[in-house]
Design a protein around this ligand. Structure first.
Ligand SMILES: [Zn+2]
Length: 80
């Protein structure tokens, strides 16, 4: 059995050293942890998705939920 905690520590540092762009601040994703089999909703990060229960990065993304509302485009075709 491999002790993964060293790897998670390494990834923790990588996450801290690589802040995501501001536009991703509210970009939340649902993940499923393969270690503890729990689902959590966490901020997306390119380095890794960390389980908020056990702290493992051994996760997979299930769905993505965006808090951001893009209401910029509202072009009404005006008929004549
Ligand atoms: Zn977990």
């Amino acid at each position: 059995m491999i002790d993964m905690s060293k790897l998670w520590e390494y990834l923790d540092q990588e996450v801290e050293n690589s802040p995501m762009p501001k536009e991703y601040e509210n970009y939340m994703v649902d993940i499923l942890c393969k270690d503890c089999h729990k689902e959590s909703n966490i901020p997306f990060h390119a380095v890794g998705l960390k389980c908020s229960f056990c702290g493992a990065y051994n996760t997979c993304q299930t769905t993505k939920t965006t808090d951001r509302v893009s209401s910029a485009a509202n072009a009404d075709g005006e008929g004549n």
